[in-house]
Write a protein that binds this ligand. Structure first.
Ligand code: ADP
Ligand code: AMP
Length: 219
């Protein structure tokens, strides 16, 4: 299966993707995670992306499209879930063109709908493990021991771009540049709309039910 998960920053895309890939053995291709890895490794790409990410703007399309084409080409066998990409209509068109030229297509587009006040609360309360990448929330999805990762006991960290002032910019960027991607996909086919205001387990239930239907239809 090839799946795209859409939604505002903080909507819960990464949280749901981790659960979907555990169920279906797909590759989880998160553009944000790939960029943060490039930055921590100090690569040219990471350096180019830095100022955009820190201000809550989007990294230019040509950089992202090339980076994600490379990640997708490594996941042809397993199938994949795209998380955080495409984030502009131009990126969505480039993705369609590049899949088409290799005889592939996206099988499902899932849109996680969350109210703006909730996504702000989710982003500012997000904490992640620098060792294994596990993601928690200080109120909604707490680790067993406050401030420590359940998997490896590492100290949890807050992303710099989850500070309140950057969060406001990221939401503005989402409404102006990313929300139109939902319309792009709707004009070409079906988008599975999910009420992601609910708690994480309930949202996972909705998502897995839809994917189960899809998996049966694809058999
Ligand atoms: P995204 O990948 O869309 O930016 P994340 O999956 O990282 O979002 O989730 C953002 C924050 O919200 C994290 O701290 C996560 O633990 C928390 N979270 C995710 N889904 C839910 C949910 N359904 N209800 C409450 N909190 C959630
Ligand atoms: P995320 O982890 O998805 O919240 O992404 C963190 C940041 O990385 C975003 O605020 C953008 O600056 C950048 N980014 C991630 N994915 C994309 C994309 N598809 N297009 C442009 N910028 C992106």
């Amino acid at each position: 299966m090839r799946i795209v998960i859409l939604g505002a920053p903080g909507a819960g895309k990464g949280t749901q993707c981790k659960r979907v890939v555990a169920e279906y053995g797909l590759a989880h291709l998160s553009s944000g995670d790939i960029l943060r890895r490039e930055r921590s490794e100090g690569t040219e790409l990471g350096k180019e992306a830095q100022s955009y990410m820190d201000s809550g703007a989007l990294v230019p399309d040509e950089i992202i499209v090339k980076m994600m084409a490379s990640a997708i080409s490594e996941s042809v066998e397993s199938g994949f879930v795209l998380d955080g990409f495409p984030r502009t209509v131009n990126q969505a068109q480039e993705l369609d063109n590049s899949l088409q030229s290799s005889g592939q297509k996206i099988d499902a587009i899932i849109n996680l709908n969350v109210d703006d006040e909730l996504v702000s609360q989710r982003m500012t309360g997000r904490r992640s493990c620098p060792e294994c990448g596990a993601v928690y929330h200080i109120e909604n999805l707490k680790p067993k021991v406050e401030g420590k990762c359940d998997n490896d006991d590492a100290d949890l960290v807050q992303r710099a771009d989850d500070a309140l002032d950057v969060v406001a910019n990221r939401l503005k960027t989402y409404h102006e540049q990313t929300k139109p991607v939902v319309g792009y996909y709707k004009s070409n086919g079906t988008v599975i709309e999910i009420d992601a205001n609910k708690d994480a387990d309930e949202v996972t239930g909705f998502v897995l039910d839809k994917l189960e239907e899809l998996a049966s239809a694809l058999k």
